[in-house]
Write a protein that binds this ligand. Structure first.
Ligand code: F6R
Length: 603
C-alpha cells in the first residue's frame, strides 16, 4: 500500500529517497513521485505511473537537493496516473505534500473551503495541500495552518509537508496510518516503514495519532494536538538489512517459503524455557484462563490461520473459539459472550479492517491480544497484549511464513493456556517435540520443490480455474491454498469443504478442471477420496496431497505425517509451492501481483 519517505540534511536526498521507495516496492503501488529542494529555489517535482525504475529514468540523474519527500501510491481515490501520483503541490507552488490513508470528508472540505481551487487530479490528498495553503493565508505560521487543516480532516493519514518558504523543515503528522522518524547524525528521515530507511539509520522514534512533528536536520520536535511538547525515547529497530534482501533467490516468496522450518525453530526458542516447557507472558495466560470465549479477528491469509487456531484453542485449551473476518465484524458484530477475549491476527499489524475492530473493542473496554510479525505496529500498540511471530520480515505480497508462524504461535498459546487450565489434551501434547517434527517435515517438502514445480507445470498450464478440497484442518488449508493460487497466478481458485462441493459447486467441474485434494486426517480420508472420485467421474483432473500413513497408489504428493493439530503447517507447503510455480510458468511477477498491497491500511 502507499509508502512515504522523507529526508532532511543529506546532500544526495534524491538517491536516498529512491532507495527508500525501492524498499517499499514490496508493499504494492501503481505510481510514485518525489519532491526535492536545495532550499535555495531549486525545486524538483517528478512523478511517474508504473515502477520506481520509470521514476528513476525520468529523474535522469540530475535532481539535486538536501531535503525531500517521496511516495509510492496504491490508488484508492482516482485511477493510477501521473496526475494522481503524489507529491501534490498547492496552486501557488508553496506547499508540497505526500499522504498515506484516506480522507473521508474530502468532498465536504472542497465544498466548504476550496470552491475556488482548481484540482489537477481526482485524489483526496490534493484537497489537503490546498487546504493548508488556504489556512496559511489566515494564520501566522505554517505550523498553525497545518494544525488547522488537521482539525477539519476526518479519516486516516500520515502526512509529510514541505513549505518552500521554510525549507529547513519537514512537517509531519499522523492518524491511524503508520509513520516513523529516523534519527541520523545531522540529518533525519521519515518513513512509513522502518525498512525504507534502514540503510540510513536503525534508530527510530514513533509518532502517536494526533501528534504533529517538526523535523529539522539536527532536531525533531513532537507536539500533541494542542501544541504541548512531547518527549519520546527513540528505539533501535531490530531489523537486519540482510533479512530484507533476496540473496541468491529469484523471488522473496521462494526465500520465505524456504525459511519456514527455521521460523518454527525460532518460535520454539522464543516461547519455551530451558526445561523445554512452553513459556508465554503470564498476563496473557491469565487473561485467557478467565475468558469464556475467544474471538479471532483477521483478514485474508491471517483469517485462514485463525481457523487452524480455532481447532488448537478448542482442543488444547478447551475454550470455545469463533473466527471472524475483520471487515464484517465491525458492522455485523455477533452477540458477545460475558467474558470474551479477542485475538487479532495480523502479519503487518497495520491492517485497517482489523484495527477498526480493535478500536471498537477498546471502546468496550474488552481484553485483546495481537499476534503480529511487526513489533511496535499499530495493532500491537493498541491491543492490551502482544505476542510476536518472530518470522522475520515478510516481503513477498503473498503471505507464506507469516501464516505458518501464526499457527505455530497459536499452538504455543493454546498449549500454554491448556496446561494452565490442566486440560488433559494439553498435558498430553508435547509442543516442543511436535513442532520440531513439523519443522523437519516442512524441510523435507521444501527440499523437494523442483519435483513439485515439474508436477504442476502441465497440471495448471492453461486452466482458467482450479479447486482445492479437504475436510476439517484440510479444508482450512484448502481455503488458504486457493487464495495463494489466485492472488499470484490469477487462476480463479476456490477452497472448498470437500463434502460441500456436491451441493452446488460441482456444476463447475468440466473436462480437465484441476481439483487438488488435501488428505491428512484419518477420520475423513476416505470421504475426501470419495469426493475426488465424484469429480473425476465428471472429467476433473485430480492431484492428491496426502500424509504418508494415508497414502495409496497413484497419490502424487506424499507428505510426512505430523501431529493432526499441526498438519496445516506441513500440508500448506506444497500448496505454496504450487502457487509459486504456477505463477512462474505463466510468466507473472511472483512477488508483486497486480492490484495487491502488502499491508492494507485502508478499509
Ligand atoms: C495474502 C495476504 C493477505 C493478508 C491480509 C491481512 O497472501 O497476505 O490476505 O493476509 O491482507 O494482512 P495482515 O496479516 O497484515 O493483517
Amino acid at each position: 500500500m502507499c509508502g512515504i519517505v522523507g529526508i532532511i540534511g543529506k546532500e544526495n536526498a534524491a538517491d536516498i529517497l529512491l532507495q527508500g521507495l525501492e524498499k517499499l516496492e514490496y508493499r504494492g503501488y501503481d505510481s510514485a513521485g518525489i519532491y526535492v529542494t536545495n532550499g535555495q529555489g531549486e525545486n524538483h517535482l517528478i512523478k511517474s505511473q508504473g515502477r520506481i525504475a520509470d521514476l528513476q529514468k525520468k529523474m535522469n540523474g540530475d535532481v539535486n537537493g538536501t531535503i525531500g519527500i517521496g511516495h509510492t501510491r496504491w490508488a484508492t481515490h482516482g485511477r493510477p496516473s501521473e496526475r494522481n501520483a503524489h507529491p501534490h503541490t498547492s496552486e501557488n507552488g508553496r506547499f508540497t505534500l505526500v499522504h498515506n490513508g484516506v480522507i473521508e470528508n474530502f468532498e465536504e472540505i472542497k465544498q466548504e473551503f476550496l470552491q475556488d481551487n482548481l484540482m489537477e487530479g481526482e485524489t483526496d490528498t490534493e484537497i489537503v495541500v490546498h487546504l493548508i495553503a488556504y489556512f496559511s493565508e489566515r494564520t501566522e505560521t505554517t505550523k498553525d495552518a497545518f494544525r488547522q487543516a488537521l482539525s477539519v480532516i476526518q479519516g486516516s493519514y500520515a502526512f509529510a509537508l514541505i513549505d518552500t518558504q521554510e525549507p529547513e523543515v519537514i512537517y509531519v503528522a499522523k492518524n491511524k496510518s503508520p509513520l516513523l522518524i529516523g534519527l541520523g547524525d545531522d540529518f533525519n528521515v521519515i518513513c512509513s516503514d522502518a525498512m525504507a530507511m534502514l540503510q540510513e539509520t536503525s534508530r527510530f522514534v514513533e509518532i502517536a495519532d494526533g501528534e504533529l512533528v517538526i523535523v529539522r536536520a539536527d532536531a525533531i520536535r513532537i507536539e500533541d494536538q494542542v501544541g504541548n511538547l512531547v518527549f519520546r525515547e527513540s528505539y533501535e529497530a531490530q531489523l537486519d538489512l540482510n533479512d530484507i534482501e533476496k540473496g541468491t533467490y529469484p523471488y522473496y516468496m521462494l526465500k520465505e517459503i524456504d525459511e519456514q522450518p527455521s521460523v518454527m525453530r525460532r518460535i520454539l526458542a522464543h516461547y519455551t524455557n530451558e526445561a523445554g516447557e512452553t513459556s508465554v507472558d503470564p498476563a496473557v495466560i491469565d487473561e485467557a484462563v478467565h475468558c469464556d470465549r475467544i474471538y479471532i479477528v483477521a483478514c485474508g491469509t491471517s483469517y485462514h490461520a485463525g481457523w487452524a487456531g480455532k481447532r488448537l484453542l478448542e482442543e488444547l485449551a478447551g475454550i470455545p473459539t469463533e473466527v471472524h473476518l475483520s471487515s464484517e465484524f465491525s458492522y455485523n458484530m455477533p452477540l458477545l459472550s460475558e467474558k470474551p477475549l479477542f485475538i487479532f491476527l495480523s502479519q503487518s499489524g497495520e491492517t485497517a479492517d482489523s484495527r477498526q475492530v480493535l478500536v471498537k473493542i477498546n471502546e468496550l473496554d474488552l481484553p485483546s491480544l495481537t499476534l503480529t510479525n511487526v513489533p511496535g505496529s499499530t495493532l500491537s500498540r493498541e491491543a492490551k497484549h502482544t505476542l510476536l511471530l518472530h518470522a522475520g520480515p515478510e516481503i513477498a505480497v503473498a503471505s507464506t511464513k507469516a501464516y505458518t508462524a501464526q499457527i505455530a504461535v497459536l499452538a504455543v498459546l493454546a498449549s500454554a493456556i491448556g496446561r494452565a487450565k490442566h486440560e488433559p489434551a494439553a498435558a498430553a501434547f508435547d509442543l516442543s517435540t511436535e513442532l520440531s517434527l513439523a519443522a523437519a517435515a516442512m524441510e523435507t517438502i521444501v527440499n523437494e520443490k523442483m519435483m513439485i514445480g515439474q508436477l504442476i507445470e502441465a497440471f495448471l498450464a492453461d486452466t482458467r480455474n482450479a479447486f482445492y478440497i479437504g475436510r476439517g484442518m484440510d479444508y482450512f488449508v484448502s481455503m488458504e491454498a486457493a487464495l495463494k493460487l489466485k492472488e499470484i497466478s490469477y487462476i480463479q481458485a476456490e477452497g472448498f469443504a470437500a463434502g460441500e462441493l456436491k451441493h452446488g459447486t460441482i456444476a463447475l467441474i468440466e473436462e480437465g478442471t484441476p481439483v487438488i485434494g488435501i488428505i491428512t486426517d484419518k477420520k475423513t480420508a476416505a470421504h475426501t477420496r470419495g469426493n475426488l472420485k465424484e469429480v473425476e467421474s465428471r472429467g476433473a483432473e485430480t492431484l492428491r496431497i496426502v500424509s504418508d500413513s494415508l497414502a495409496g497408489k497413484g497419490d502424487q504428493l506424499v507428505i510426512p505425517e505430523v501431529h493432526p493439530l499441526l498438519s496445516a503447517l506441513v500440508s500448506v507447503i506444497p500448496t505454496q509451492l504450487i502457487a509459486y510455480f504456477a505463477t512462474l510458468h505463466r510468466g507473472y511477477d511472483v512477488d508483486k501481483p497486480r492490484n495487491l498491497a502488502k499491508s492494507v491500511t485502508v478499509e
